[in-house]
Unconditional design. Structure first.
Length: 154
């Protein structure tokens, strides 16, 4: 009997909280195509897959590298004001990210160290974005909470 209880305890540890999957994306790409494919479309597709299996998917995205630009609400006062493709698609990207944050409970975490280096003020960042001291700390914290690490880079 003790062996069965031990086995059940081990299985519950291995498979997590009752069908809840957790992933943290390490987002560094500034490539529009990769960002749209992996973040805007990819997260929605992954969530749908798990919902079809009656499982929950918790998603966190740690933002740093060249990815800051997708989360800036005031491009005119940012280092990205001359990015023509970004300016053109900003409204659509903003709406889709807001939907992921609000409707799908995706947690967006931005590296403050990189923001300082790129001279990005918190006031020009989308309101649903939370801040972490640096990307490494954000990734360590999420992985310590049982999130699986997946990089999104060029």
């Amino acid at each position: 009997m003790k062996k069965i209880l031990l086995l059940l305890a081990m299985l519950s540890f291995l498979y997590g909280d009752d069908g809840v999957k957790k992933v943290v994306f390490d987002l560094t790409t500034g490539d529009m195509h990769v960002f749209k494919q992996k973040v805007l479309s990819g997260i929605s597709n992954q969530r749908s897959y798990y919902e079809g299996k009656l499982e929950e998917l918790k998603v966190a995205v740690v933002i740093h590298g060249d990815a800051y630009k997708f989360f800036i609400k005031d491009l005119d006062n940012s280092p990205y004001k001359n990015d023509v493709a970004l300016v053109k698609e900003r409204a659509e990207i903003s709406q889709r990210l807001l939907t992921l944050a609000k409707s799908s409970n995706v947690e967006f975490l931005m590296c403050q160290t990189g923001m300082e280096h790129k001279k990005i003020d918190k006031t020009i960042v989308d309101s649903y974005v939370k801040f972490v001291p640096n990307a490494t700390i954000g990734l360590i914290d999420k992985q310590s909470e049982g999130y699986v690490y997946i990089p999104i880079m060029n």
